[in-house]
Design a protein. Sequence first.
Length: 325
Amino acid sequence: MEPIFLKPYFRSKIWGSRKFEKIFNDLPEGKIGEAWIISGYPNCSSTVIKGSYQGLNLRELYQQKPDLFGQPHAAEFPLLVKLLDANDNLSVQVHPDDEYAKIHENDSGKTECWYILQAEPGAKLIYGHHAETKEQLAAWIKNGQWNKLLRYVPIKTGDFLYVPAGCVHALTKGIMVIETQQSSDVTYRLYDWDRIDNKTGQKRELHIQQSLDTIQVPHVDPYLERAVSKFPAATLVRLANPPYSPHFYLWQLDVFGEFEWNMLNYQYLLVSVISGQGKLIFDGNDYNLSLGDSFIVPNKYNTFKFVGESLKIIISAPTNEEQDE
């Protein structure tokens, strides 16, 4: 048994930069806004970088070796983990739920969440809106009354926001996050700050009707059961879990010593190091860990250990609903 370490798939974005050079040594040219660190999405998969399956991308591995993932029924790898570097405001956007996405996009819906890795003092991002009815929403959008419509919330490093399908949202300049989401690339742009794409000389496409179809009105902040467990050498924070998060579990793990994780009933785990250094002790072997490392713990491997003095990790797992779709 061995952990499945992955190399990201990088995407250039109009709002990206070169900050990821501090994390990854093989960054492609251009403004890189997204590093898909654990991805099995078609044509955008992460690649296995060591071990028995080196060279395969995650989508190939998921389909060719289903035993590593607990013999799932889902045809595609269900989750996607990204790093996002907002060197400028992202477009104001919304994502559809599974039903709408299947009908209109032949894809999964997109519920996601953000753990804030970096945020400048006084930072705010867009999360939700102030419209009380669909008619008010449509009128404010038509008239460009964005200051009246959009809801800004203050955030700081270490904050967590859950972004369900139907929630209006946008990262703003100077924020870096790790995002865990359903494996989908369906995004409807509601507003893009009237900026011009230098490649085309045109404003980027908006999706007003799709946005009106899918935005939740009125906005309601999602309820989550946050739970903190303290151990002699670690603190484990459960950030998301069913039934409030129907597609994935999510934990933040801070290690300051040696901590053993028990897989319990999870089919497999997605693990990303977000700060510090340490090591993984897995099946009698040691693996060094540092910022940017991501790997999957395969099925039927019950226990392993993290060792570190100030090691911070984000861990996720698909729910049964995602496995059986």
